[in-house]
Ligand binder design. Structure first.
Ligand code: COA
Length: 385
């Protein structure tokens, strides 16, 4: 029998659970000031940008470092437009997927296929042209799968559309209304980057091995999919549908907490105050969404905050970005299973900006682990085990 284990003293480095508080990279792109409930993109508070700057202006800010002039924006938009159409072979790969595949799985697959099919384009060290080329195609991959799964043919992107318009146009095959694309544009601004979150960390780790941009973004999509990260908003919608009406709010939430469940759309690793994006999305939801649905959302939020405060005193659990993303994206006309993929459309910009930053001053990201297993086992031949 084995008795020896690795000495716990062998590695004396700190080992915070879930890497909480560990600084994994230096970045000038964005920062979450958790105690203050502030989010900053390259020096601009998110309140400075939301509803004022377009998603393309913010992409320019993150990728290139400053808000564009009119001429710079026009040239930048043309570049995005020129890169939107998918290679037909990527659509052929999406055709092979079952109709009931999850859109995040389709995005991950389509992205990976794009890397293999267009490997000459994406084989180099990641650069700005590649970042534009891949982010511009995120909406097309999702829209193509969305249409194929309901028996419709993909729609080619149309000239003159911004990202939000192009995404809705490719999804639904008709000119998007301003009441839909404008809130979507602001949503895309709000979600574009967020410090060293799990999917961004994933992308930077992959980039640090000198792998290619598409591999980094494909990994990031996989990380975003989980409900503890980007997979929560459709679950918020499920929760609100399950609650159904005002009379049921308290009972439903109480049951969920009694069963040890987490309330989707609440809590955050870094924010110990309200997520500023939640505040902006709440205002947007009030204007954009069905009044009855907004009323139920607000009642549920108020009750959930009260209960979390009572049951988890000192934990400082507040509404996070996902809670009102659900109402806003539903108002835009998207079904629940397209919420997290739409988050990915936005975050593709932040991910690729981080990859570019990582490769500009790269060192392989390779942390340590604390070994807690035995060290003195002796081999025995298979016949005698
Ligand atoms: N509902 C109920 N309790 C919650 C909670 C939630 N949404 N979020 C955190 N808590 C509780 C935990 O149960 C834990 O309590 P305990 O110490 O008494 O067991 C405490 O708060 C701390 O939670 P912890 O898991 O350590 O926080 P974390 O920093 O690891 O997790 C999240 C952060 C976002 C993963 C977590 O808040 C969560 O699961 N939220 C719900 C999912 C969600 O909205 N995800 C989107 C994130 S933007």
């Amino acid at each position: 029998m084995s008795t020896a284990t690795a000495s716990p003293n062998e590695i004396t480095l700190p080992k915070p659970e879930g890497l909480e508080g560990v600084v994994a990279a230096s970045t000038a792109l964005s920062h979450v000031f958790g105690e203050e409930g502030r989010l900053v993109y390259r020096g601009y508070d998110i309140h400075e940008l939301a509803g004022k700057a377009s998603f393309e202006e913010v992409a320019h800010l993150l990728w290139i470092g400053h808000l564009p002039t009119k001429a710079e924006l026009a040239a930048f938009q043309s570049k995005l437009e020129a890169n939107r159409e998918l290679p037909p072979a990527v659509i052929d790969v999406l055709r092979l997927l079952p109709d009931d595949a999850a859109p995040m799985d389709a995005l991950r697959t389509g992205l990976s296929a794009l890397g293999a099919i267009d490997s000459e384009h994406f084989d180099e060290t990641p650069d700005l042209d590649e970042a534009i080329a891949v982010a511009a195609r995120f909406p097309g991959i999702l829209a193509a799968f969305f249409r194929l799964r309901s028996g419709e043919q993909p729609v080619k992107p149309k000239a003159g559309h911004n990202t939000a318009q192009s995404y809705l146009y490719q999804l639904f095959g008709k000119e998007p209304e301003a009441r839909h694309w404008k809130p979507l544009d602001t949503y895309l601004v709000l979600l574009a980057d967020h410090g060293m979150n799990a999917s961004t960390f994933t992308a930077r780790v992959i980039a640090s091995t000198q792998s290619d941009l598409i591999s980094a973004l494909t990994g990031a999509v996989g990380a975003l999919k989980g409900p503890l990260h980007g997979g929560a908003p459709s679950k918020v919608l499920d929760m609100l549908h399950a609650i159904g009406d005002a009379d049921n709010v308290e009972k439903w939430l109480s049951n969920a907490l009694d069963n040890g469940e987490r309330l989707m759309g609440f809590g955050h690793r870094v924010y110990k105050a309200e997520d500023p994006r939640a505040e902006i999305l709440r205002e947007m939801a009030e204007t954009a969404s069905d009044p009855a649905f907004f009323k139920l959302s607000k009642l549920t939020e108020d009750k959930a905050l009260q209960m979390l405060n009572e049951r988890k005193p000192g934990r400082r659990l507040y509404t996070n970005v996902e809670f009102y993303s659900a109402a806003v994206l539903a108002a835009v006309g998207l079904p629940g299973d397209m919420f997290t993929p739409t988050f990915a459309v936005s975050r593709s910009v932040g991910w690729s900006a981080h990859v570019l930053e990582q490769v500009s001053n790269n060192r392989l990201i390779r942390p340590q682990s604390q070994f807690v297993g035995p060290t003195d086992k002796k081999f025995s031949a298979i016949e005698s085990r």
